[in-house]
Design a protein around this ligand. Structure first.
Ligand SMILES: Cc1ncc(COP(=O)(O)O)c(C=O)c1O
Length: 400
């Protein structure tokens, strides 16, 4: 297959477009099951027994939790600093999300913050590798063994992050990733994938995400039954109440093209992060998210805490405007803590759970965080933006 098509500097310079055209080309004789090709490649790279492609990170979270047979009043511990989807997936299964606080320096959930929230009803804990930094999972695995809960790693913002040589997302019971368009690897639209080494969980996840066809297995989305059998009016297809969370072949074609070049995609983000790290290195009022020793951060964003309001009398929003006025790009704040979003606030008021939520660190640092984008197509452009940041910091420092 030809390697390059169109603009090689674009977002999809690999085989993505050829694979998509291959899906659409009904005359070609190639194997069109790009979902299976993607799953197989993902399994090999991440060294997991099973991989199940799905249509988003959110559906991946929902299907993963659905495999645990949660009951009403079961609890799932999730970080207080994350996206709302982690909590939504728990609530859709009639279980209760329990928010654990985060570490003020890494911004991540820890064994200590989880410990405080464990009860007899704890069935699972969700670890979120926010910004691309793996959660320190080893002490959490010890807790899971002691208290008998499942670990789900939400790696939507992390791709191939590592703790020493272990790959983040593959160390707990289930891992999920997102191929939403802004993520490290893009399905051009939406997409996700779930991994596990547990055959029983894999089959349940695949069935839930695949409308519950009875012939689905841990490894296979489709089975080749005789057409006569399938056409029989008495043929019963389903044994599980599932949803249609299947990944479309065209999305899988794009994701496979991206996955074949994933190391370069990650390296680029890490390189951009280095530019921004250099820009803030002498500044004591913009402090980078702490990366523990031997952890590999994959920099979905370059995240910092901002103290310019107390130290320089410049508010977060004012600094944002100054950076933009000087030619910088808009950077993102951290998502509002899920339990403070109106959707969940209103839900918790009804369930009277809100009173118990105490996560002061997450609530405090959520307001301090700045996330600089790392997905520049041009490294020169990224370098220029980081220089604008560096000059702005120098300019503020020099104001007496
Ligand atoms: C940490 C985290 N989890 C889950 C998701 C959900 O992924 P998706 O957008 O593919 O549904 C996201 C997406 O932004 C995310 O950042």
């Amino acid at each position: 297959m030809k390697k390059k098509i169109g603009n090689s500097l674009g977002k999809f310079p690999n085989n993505e477009k050829h694979y998509v055209l291959d899906v659409l080309n009904t005359n070609s004789k190639t194997d069109k099951n790009y979902v299976q090709k993607l799953e197989n490649k993902f399994r090999k790279i991440f060294k997991t027994r099973y991989a199940i492609a799905c249509n988003s990170g959110t559906s991946g979270l929902h299907a993963s939790l659905a495999s645990l047979n949660l009951k009403k009043n079961d609890e799932v511990i999730i970080p207080a600093l994350t996206v709302v989807m982690d909590a939504y997936s728990v609530i859709h299964l009639n279980a209760t999300p329990i928010f654990a606080d985060v570490d003020p320096d890494t911004f991540l959930i820890t064994a200590d913050t989880i410990k405080k929230k464990i009860t007899k009803r704890t069935k699972a804990v969700m670890l979120v590798s926010l910004q691309g930094l793996p959660v320190d999972i080893k002490p959490i695995i010890k807790l899971a063994k002691k208290h008998n809960f499942i670990i789900i790693e939400d790696n939507a913002q992390d791709f191939y992050g590592k703790i020493n040589n272990s790959i983040s997302g593959t160390l707990g019971d289930i891992g999920i990733w997102s191929f939403e368009n802004k993520k490290h690897l893009s399905g051009a639209t939406e997409g996700g994938i779930i991994t596990t080494n547990n055959k029983i969980l894999a089959e349940k996840i695949r069935k839930f995400a695949g409308i519950g066809y009875k012939n689905m297995t841990a490894t296979g989305g489709r089975t080749s039954l005789s057409i006569e059998m399938v056409q029989d009016p008495n043929y019963e297809r389903f044994d599980t109440i599932g949803l249609n969370y299947r990944m479309p072949q065209i999305v899988a074609a794009v994701c496979l093209g991206q996955l074949e070049n994933f190391k370069n995609i990650i390296k680029r983000r890490q390189e951009v992060a280095r530019y921004f790290r250099d820009a803030i290195k002498n500044c004591n009022w913009i402090i980078e998210q702490k990366i523990p020793k031997n952890f590999t951060h994959t920099h979905y964003t370059f995240a910092v805490k901002y103290f310019g309001d107390s130290k320089k009398g410049i508010s977060w929003k004012k600094f944002y405007k100054m950076y933009k006025n000087n030619g910088g790009d808009g950077f993102y704040g951290a998502c509002v803590c899920p339990h403070q979003e109106p959707s969940l606030r209103n839900f918790f008021i009804k369930t009277k759970y809100k009173k118990k939520i105490k996560t002061p660190v997450a609530e405090k640092i959520q307001k301090q965080i700045m996330q600089f984008k790392t997905n520049y197509r041009s490294l020169k452009d990224a370098k220029n933006k980081s220089m604008i940041l560096k000059k702005l910091i120098a300019q503020i420092e020099n104001v007496k």
